[in-house]
Ligand binder design. Structure first.
Ligand SMILES: [Zn+2]
Length: 172
């Protein structure tokens, strides 16, 4: 048994992380030595590990390089990178998207109460809650702490209430 595995089994860390179904996804595309790698470790320690103790979850997105992020916006890379820098903590390694098992709205509330994320966003698709985005305090001072819902393509401040999802699908 290698020392790394052994050490983690001794302090119980391995058991704790069994609920994160794809833990290696967190560091995908982000080599050690980058400041973003350190930020992702903070995300693992303060956000994902505590949540993983109470719920299964699957990581869907974490670090995005400028290139990957720019690809999401396409066309002019320089322009897209500037634009992305202002709006995405993913480039900084300071945000993670995940899908928890069970009631996603309930999980969102749990995260707000127990993890004190810097930004928390619950994103909806037509069928209902789709993914949760959480972040840690940013190294960029202008990135403010927020709680948001993203519903029907629009952003709204989370006021403690969730949208009504009609049986037909579309969230109002
Ligand atoms: Zn995100």
């Amino acid at each position: 048994m290698d020392p790394w595995t052994d050490a983690h089994e001794h302090n119980g860390y391995r058991d704790m992380c069994l609920m994160i179904r794809n833990p290696s996804r967190l560091y995908e595309g982000c080599p050690p030595g980058l400041p973003q790698h350190y930020a992702l470790r903070i995300i693992e320690h303060f956000l994902l590990a505590p949540l993983g103790e109470v719920r299964d979850l699957t990581i869907t997105s974490a670090y995005r390089s400028q290139t990957v992020q720019s690809g999401l916006y396409a066309l002019d890379p320089a322009k897209a990178a500037r634009k992305a820098k202002g709006i995405s903590q993913h480039i900084l390694g300071e945000a993670v998207d995940f899908v928890p098992e069970g009631d996603m709205q309930e999980c969102f509330l749990w995260c707000l109460d127990h993890l004190r994320p810097w930004q928390a966003i619950l994103e909806y698709d037509a069928a209902g809650p789709e993914v949760i985005h959480l972040s840690i305090p940013s190294s960029i001072e202008t990135i403010r702490s927020k709680r948001l819902l993203h519903v029907g393509g629009l952003w709204r401040d989370f006021d403690g209430t969730f949208p009504i999802i009609s049986p037909g699908g579309a969230a109002a």
